[in-house]
Design a protein around this ligand. Structure first.
Ligand code: SAM
Length: 218
């Protein structure tokens, strides 16, 4: 927790949270992995101190590959020392990669089986949210699953205090989620055991080749 606060203070907007996610939310975010047979290629975006990373690492099978993208150097060093170096020893070189940088700029694989995203979307400008979702959806194979989360009721509860621009951003986020849900399968689940309570959202990318990976533009 102290590590989270120290590194978060250097980039409050990018971190966008008051505490790391709970084990209950982490289990929910990583749950789609267990239903995937065989070797899996996984991307985690925005791990912070690694509550989701820890569950993903424990779920890895022989032959799986994991890319982790984080742009805060303090969090990267913390992950490398505390978790990744230990897990790498038991695996093939290159199976677990830490991509230090912005998810919009680092080189990604073209077709991950699963993406676990811990980014604080309510803090970002709408064009940035659109660009990140576009990049993630187009890096997910058809039939692959992506999870992200938002805080439960935060949209409504914040609305009176965040001004016209903030309200427009929240409306744009709700619009984006609805647009994704019209083209791809979308499932939400409330996780009360988190501070604050959260909604885990799972998107299964459509296998229809005509489906858009940027449906909010339609
Ligand atoms: C809300 S914290 C979440 C940390 C962790 N997943 C959790 O749930 O506790 C968001 C993390 O995303 C990282 N981040 C924000 N924007 C990013 C971007 N564009 N590319 C890569 N990492 C980013 C931040 O540095 C921070 O570590």
């Amino acid at each position: 927790m102290l590590n989270f606060i120290r590194h978060a203070m250097r980039d409050l907007k990018g971190t966008g949270a008051i505490a790391p996610s709970s084990p209950a939310l982490a289990e929910r975010m990583v749950a789609p992995l267990s239903a995937m047979p065989g070797k899996r290629s996984i991307l985690e975006v925005g791990p912070g101190t690694g509550p989701f990373t820890e569950v993903i690492l424990d779920a890895l099978r022989a032959g799986d590959r994991l890319d982790i993208c984080e742009f805060n150097d303090g969090f990267c060093d913390h992950l490398e020392r505390g978790m990744l170096s230990r897990h790498r020893e038991a695996r093939r070189p290159g199976d677990i990669r830490l991509l230090r940088g912005d998810v919009l700029a680092v080189p990604l694989e073209p077709s991950y089986d699963a993406i676990v995203c811990g980014l604080p979307f309510t803090n970002f400008q709408t064009p940035v949210v659109h660009a990140i979702f576009g990049r993630m959806l187009s890096s997910l194979r058809p039939g692959g699953r992506m999870t992200f989360f938002r805080y439960y009721l935060v949209r409504g509860a914040q609305a009176p205090f965040i001004g016209t621009r903030g309200r427009a951003r929240l409306r744009a986020l709700a619009h984006l989620e609805a647009a994704i849900g019209r083209e791809h399968a979308l499932h939400t689940e409330v996780v009360l055991a988190n501070v604050p309570p959260a909604v885990a959202v799972t998107v299964t990318r459509s296998t229809d080749p005509n489906t858009s990976t940027a449906p909010w533009l339609a």
